[in-house]
Design a protein around this ligand. Structure first.
Ligand code: MN
Length: 248
């Protein structure tokens, strides 16, 4: 099995190092990752300036771009083979509920899926530096073998979130759906040393609705959460109702 690894925390992030170590035990690995942190860039693609890639070791490339750029460059240019699977992560911080839409980690998996390559995004649910990247990476390596054997449903990729716990304390994976964030005021509004106002989008109150079956419900109880995500954002159930509108 040949696997392309990427992330959005940057090529030197500890979560990626853990992933390289564990996935190398089950597959041939090539890394194409951003040269610096690119968290919350979502599915951004660099179009207005050239991208530089640097080979920093035999199988590791760093790119001056986004996670989506990395998957593109990796598959269309840097790799000498088409990978069987793309894994993005292990992200420092959960990618659950509404946050999935901001995530560069998840977008890299989406990009691979658009290219017809199976993909997994993996995140460690930590609010700090993260302690158990290795356990999350081991989980990703096991899941990679399962995906290789079973295949994935059409146009579907996996968003995996792992509680920041030692491996022996992790509860079994649950298949979940995307949860819901409850938003509170998270803008820091201050004055800079030159007297000008500035604003900083923060994450002061990270709370989620505790709905059974969701990613949040699973990880908050110590389970690994595996959500199958689809590239089609259409709300199919609403098509018929909207067709009844008089739209001119
Ligand atoms: Mn990140």
């Amino acid at each position: 099995m040949k696997i392309l690894l990427t992330n959005d925390d940057g090529v030197h992030a500890p979560g990626l190092a853990a992933l390289i170590k564990r996935v190398s035990e089950v597959a041939q690995v090539v890394v194409v990752a951003p040269d610096r942190e690119q968290s919350a860039v979502s599915h951004a693609l660099t179009l207005h300036h050239p991208l530089r890639a640097a080979r920093i070791s035999d199988n590791i490339f760093s790119v001056e771009g986004t996670p989506t750029d990395c998957v593109n460059l990796g598959i269309h240019s840097l790799l000498s083979f088409r990978p069987d699977l793309v894994i993005s992560g292990v992200n420092r911080g959960a990618n659950i509920a509404d946050d999935v839409t901001y995530s560069g980690t998840v977008a890299a998996a989406l990009e691979a899926t658009l290219m017809g390559i199976p993909a997994i995004a993996v995140s460690l649910c930590t609010k700090g530096a993260g302690e158990n990247f290795d356990a999350a990476a081991a989980c990703a390596a096991r899941l990679a073998c399962t995906v290789q054997k079973q295949g994935l449903p059409r146009d579907t990729y996996l968003n995996v979130n792992v509680p920041d716990l030692p491996e022996e304390r992790l509860l079994p994976p649950l298949i979940t759906c995307q949860g819901k964030r409850s938003y509170e005021g998270t803008i820091v509004d201050k004055v800079d040393p030159r007297g000008r106002n500035y604003y900083w989008i923060g994450t002061a109150d990270l709370s989620f609705e505790d709905i059974p079956g969701t990613d949040y419900h699973a990880v908050s109880r110590g389970h690994v959460s595996i959500s199958p995500l689809h590239i089609d954002l259409t709300n199919h159930a609403s098509i018929e109702a909207l067709q009844g509108w008089e739209v001119r």
